[in-house]
Ligand binder design. Structure first.
Ligand code: ADP
Length: 236
């Protein structure tokens, strides 16, 4: 379980997260939604320890994370735009992260084979198509069998086959007990994954509950329309 307790984060005079309380339940898939600029990336970076200066608390399985880095081994992160060293080959990047983690145990290489990345191994990252780069990005996030997965725009740039493979993998790992937090603006494509919706508006948690509850609250027919109606201020 990830507990966010009264999280406040400002950049200069801009208050981005304001007394944000959120519980991301263990073993569930939580869909983090909110308009551009509402603070989703700032929240994710705080959970990952990429942002350290904030007020409030973040606890993972009861342990406060600030200043500690051990817990990060338990988190797989798939960033929206990974910044890989572009002269490395695909094989180099997999070898490099395995070396950094210093473990060859319990590796999950299923996505590498499902995405057929073996045949891309000798190519340099700078020469890959956007979709293939995204496949590498996804495969790295799942590689060390983390207990928690944080995924930013999972299907962006992927073709429908690859997107289906990744969605199936997310569901499979969730069935294996993993906690998954993802965010995306491609709502219609991903709403079937969402067991829980955390809706952030202007740096505050506006809603945390099931898809059915959100649809009931907004009176709309699906998640995409519900989210749009909240963003348009039709629901208060
Ligand atoms: P979201 O991911 O929901 O689009 P972000 O967390 O990226 O929102 O951004 C929230 C607000 O914080 C935006 O107004 C953004 O411009 C601002 N912001 C994000 N990162 C920085 C930064 N490093 N310095 C200054 N302002 C930032």
């Amino acid at each position: 379980m990830i507990e966010i307790i009264k999280l406040n984060k400002s950049y200069g005079s801009l208050a981005v997260l304001k007394e944000l309380d959120l519980i991301i339940e263990h073993g569930k898939i939580t869909y983090l939604v909110g308009p551009n600029g509402s603070g989703k990336t700032t929240l994710i970076k705080s959970i990952l320890g990429l942002i350290k200066k904030y007020d409030g608390n973040i606890k993972i399985d009861g342990t406060q994370i600030n200043g500690d880095c051990e817990y990060r081994n338990e988190i797989g992160y798939m960033p929206q735009s990974p910044s890989f060293p572009e002269n490395l080959t695909v094989k180099n990047i997999f070898d490099m992260v395995k070396d950094l983690r210093n473990t060859a145990k319990n590796l999950d290489e299923e996505l590498i084979s499902k995405f057929n990345l073996e045949k891309e191994m000798s190519k340099r990252l700078k020469n890959l198509s956007g979709g293939t780069l995204q496949k590498v990005n996804a495969s790295l996030a799942f590689l060390f069998n983390p207990k928690i997965l944080i995924i930013d725009e999972p299907t962006a740039g992927l073709d429908p086959v690859a997107s289906g493979i990744l969605k199936d993998k997310i569901l499979k790992e969730n069935q294996n007990g993993k906690t998954i937090l993802f965010t995306s603006h491609i709502i219609s494509e991903l709403e079937d994954l969402a067991q829980n919706i955390a809706f952030i508006l202007e740096g505050k948690l506006w809603f945390n509950g099931t898809l059915e509850n959100l649809i009931n609250l907004t009176g709309e027919k699906n998640l995409e329309r519900s989210v749009a109606s909240v963003m348009l201020g039709k629901v208060v």
